[in-house]
Design a protein around this ligand. Structure first.
Ligand code: ADP
Ligand code: MG
Length: 361
């Protein structure tokens, strides 16, 4: 088991460059707590695999250090770090049977044959591979091969951590859902540190207690699904998490008012204070489900035009034009949707302010 610290880690695939643009990882300074179930979430190309390979030791970072339980392992190769890694595409021995593939990491460590047999059966059972144990891996479907790859990652119970790099990409959707639950169960039983890389927010939320969100080579937030939803620390988290994502509008603050072009949005004392202190490009952010849409004028409400209504069955997503800005609101079933003119309220407890893309209030 391991607590993994990353100290000022940065990585460039172009040597030790002076140009920040060359860095696939800009500055990662964080801790993966022992026994945590983490998802590492971010769009393609943001540096997830690079970060994972630095944790496992497949890649040495250009700068910074990696510590396992306080010990510097930056210079140690993967086999010295006692880690299991499952890659995006199956890595296995085609000419060996499924059982031998699963047994490989154990035999490699000199585990006694009886114990190997027992553990292989256990893992095969967990992943429904029991019926193909004596088949050669070569002839199996892509799904089955990836399950074997997962099994090889899970077979050792003495690893410091298991790293999964988008392991369910080639798996069909229903099985994906089952395997994700299975991985969560395994984590609950074994309580080993697990880091699960994905670009899919639903996958991240079903697996992890803590989600680490990456964007352009940086970790922009670490938090529970609820924290990411309610208090995104960076604009990227606002629009990447939630469907549709958070609304953002550029504004200019003046006392207790945020001016969005011609519209005046009332701020409470805390928001007004944060706006006064903030420097840089100021934006208001609000989740579609928190934006209040009324069909009659009322105090603190600004007029907007309804431009589009999508019926999603359990709710409607309304697109609104507010003085040249587009906003989306999520209106629960049973609540009326205004015809063409609407009045919008921004409840202060759900209204966020961002300066240069970072949350300020
Ligand atoms: P992700 O896993 O989030 O999709 P990666 O870590 O694979 O992202 O890549 C991060 C950035 O580093 C991308 O811009 C990618 O093109 C670049 N990159 C990844 N691997 C290499 C490599 N071996 N050589 C050069 N650039 C690379
Ligand atoms: Mg990747």
């Amino acid at each position: 088991m391991a607590r993994i610290e990353m100290q000022e880690v940065a990585h460039s695939y172009h040597g030790n460059s002076q140009n920040l643009e060359d860095y696939a990882l800009k500055r990662i300074h964080m801790t993966w707590e022992d026994g945590g179930a983490y998802a590492l979430l971010g769009p393609s190309g943001c540096g997830k695999t690079t970060l994972l390979n630095i944790i496992s030791g497949l890649l040495a970072p250009s700068q910074g250090a990696v510590l396992y339980n306080g010990k510097d392992v930056t210079a140690l190769p993967p086999e010295k770090r006692n880690i299991a890694q499952v890659f995006q595409f199956p890595v296995l021995y085609d000419t060996m049977t499924v059982a031998d593939n699963l047994a490989f990491p154990l035999r490699n460590r000199g585990v006694a044959p009886d114990a190997v047999r027992e553990r292989v059966l256990e893992v095969a059972d967990m992943l429904d591979l029991g019926t193909v144990l004596n088949k050669k891996a070569a002839g199996l479907t892509a799904d089955a091969k990836q399950k074997i790859s997962l099994g090889r990652g899970l077979v050792r119970s003495d690893v410091a951590a298991i790293l999964f790099d988008e392991p369910l990409t080639v798996i069909d959707p229903h099985l994906k859902w089952q395997l994700r639950r299975k991985l969560k169960e395994i984590h609950e039983q074994a309580r080993m540190t697990m880091i699960y890389v994905t670009h899919d927010q639903v996958e991240a939320m079903t697996f992890a207690d803590q989600i680490v969100v990456m964007y352009e080579g940086e970790v922009v937030q670490i938090g529970s699904p609820e924290a990411l939803y309610e208090r995104p620390q960076h604009k990227f988290v606002g629009y990447f998490i939630g469907s549709p994502g958070m609304n953002f509008m550029a504004c200019k603050a003046e006392g207790a008012i945020a001016h969005v072009n011609g519209a005046a949005i009332a701020l409470d004392a805390a928001l007004a204070e944060a706006a006064r202190k903030a420097s840089g490009k100021l934006e208001i952010g609000i989740r579609p489900m928190h934006l209040e849409v009324h069909d009659t004028p009322m105090a603190d409400a600004v007029p907007a035009a309804v431009t589009f209504v999508e019926d999603h069955g359990n709710c409607r997503i309304v697109t609104l034009a507010l003085d040249g800005q587009t906003l989306r609101a999520r209106i629960p079933e049973g609540q009326t949707v205004p015809g063409d003119k609407a009045w919008l309220r921004f409840p202060p407890q759900w209204t966020r302010l961002f300066a240069d893309e970072r949350l300020v209030a």
